[in-house]
Design a protein. Structure first.
Ligand SMILES: Nc1ncnc2c1ncn2[C@@H]1O[C@H](COP(=O)(O)OP(=O)(O)OP(=O)(O)O)[C@@H](O)[C@H]1O
Ligand SMILES: [Mg+2]
Length: 243
């Protein structure tokens, strides 16, 4: 489970996050939805302990990101906006390298490499140098490095950005399949993405949480602000809450 408690982040005088709070239960997929510059990446970088917040904290599977950052990191897999790949390494070498950095070795490392190869559909490029790969395969390798140590929590920053429709479907299916045993946050500014994958949605705008809940709950929050009659789509909800 993830418990985010009143996180604020200032870059100099600029507030990128303002007292952001939300929770994600085990087995749940949370979609962090917001326009460009809303603070999604900032929030994810704090949860993965790459950035230190100005105020507030969070716990990752019970580990506090400020006082137990190593434990919090061990329990978390992170796919940043740009996957952290080494273009000169082969896919199999790179995943061994990341696995070793995550403390795996011997039979366990071999098992996990095989698992991510199948789960992320990498057999076709397994021995290829990373610089030869298409964007979609690079994203899959990025996801594989986030999964190699079998973390309980996954933080995915725009996991389907730049992919073609078929690859998007493949990645969505993979993420949905992982949800049974993991706690997942993914960010996006694409409404269909949250509709397709998220159990619950947190809408963030200018660093603040403007609404959260399942789509039906968001609809209730947006209803008084929307001029539209009848059922509201996520797009209607987004427009009503953000304008
Ligand atoms: N290192 C930094 N120094 C100063 N300002 C920053 C820094 N990183 C981010 N910001 C600012 O903080 C705000 C939130 O940025 P962030 O990258 O978290 O947004 P985002 O929701 O991920 O946007 P996008 O959808 O474009 O990825 C933006 O206004 C951005 O310009
Ligand atoms: Mg971002």
């Amino acid at each position: 489970m993830i418990d985010v408690r009143s996180l604020s982040m200032y870059y100099g005088p600029y507030a990128a996050l303002k007292e952001v709070s939300f929770q994600v239960q085990s087995g749940e997929i949370l979609g962090l939805l917001g326009p460009n510059g809303a603070g999604k990446t900032t929030a994810m970088r704090i949860l993965t302990t790459y950035l230190y917040p100005t105020a507030g904290t969070a716990t990752m599977d019970g580990f506090d990101i400020l006082t137990q950052p190593l434990e919090a990191r061990r329990t978390t897999g992170y796919l940043p906006e740009t996957a952290p790949l080494y273009p000169d390494m082969r896919v199999d070498e790179y995943l061994s390298f990341v696995g070793q950095a995550r403390g795996l070795s011997g039979k366990r490392l071999e098992e996990r490499r095989e698992w991510v190869r199948e789960a992320c559909d990498l057999a076709f490029v397994w021995k290829h140098a990373i610089h030869e790969l298409s964007k979609g395969y690079r994203q899959r390798v990025g996801l594989a490095q986030a999964l190699i140590h079998d973390p309980k929590i996954l933080i995915l920053d725009e996991p389907t950005s730049g992919l073609d429709p078929l690859q998007i479907l493949g990645i969505r299916k993979l993420i949905k399949g992982l949800a049974r045993e993991k706690t997942i946050i993914f960010s996006t500014h694409i409404l269909q993405e949250v509709e397709a994958m998220a159990d619950r949605i947190v809408i963030i705008h200018e660093g603040r949480v403007v609404a959260q809940g399942a789509q039906s709950e968001l609809e209730k929050q947006a209803r008084p602000k929307s001029a539209k009659q009848g059922p509201l789509t996520l797009e209607d909800i987004f427009i009503a809450l953000l304008t």
